[in-house]
Design a protein around this ligand. Sequence first.
Ligand code: HEM
Length: 131
Amino acid sequence: MLTIASYVLATVALLFIAAGLFFASDRWRHIPLMLEAFAADMIGLVLVEVVIPLQTESTDPVSGLFETDGNWAWRVVHASLATLAVVGYVIQIISGRKLARGDRGVLGFHRRIARGFVVTRVLAYVTMFFV
Ligand code: HEM
């Protein structure tokens, strides 16, 4: 049940990201959509890292990285992509705030990071089903 909730949250986050990209040139829609995607992903992260391990008395995914069962490689790939995606969010929030304050010089940087962010977030989503 909780695992399904984490899949739903990740799917909602991706839908917010897609909508946020669609409205990338409309800051009044773009910014709230991207922050909602971030919020959905952060709730999902707490669910997967804290709530599910506590409820099921299982190893949390980070500690699980050191358990070398059959899914180990996928866990490492997924955790690396998910970590990169969180770093991407932080960079985009910082550069996005600068843009919103009128510093158009960071637009090129924000766009370039956006490409890498979207690729890592989508790959983290896909690999979530293999862990
Ligand atoms: C987290 C993922 C994010 C992605 C993938 C992303 C992506 C983009 C892209 C591709 C553009 C370029 C629009 C264009 O070419 O005209 C853009 C513009 C912009 N983004 Fe983001 N963004 C993200 C988050 C944020 C956040 C969190 C903020 C603010 C806190 C923000 C603020 C802005 C602003 C102000 C613009 C300029 C809009 C305008 O043209 O007025 N972005 N974003």
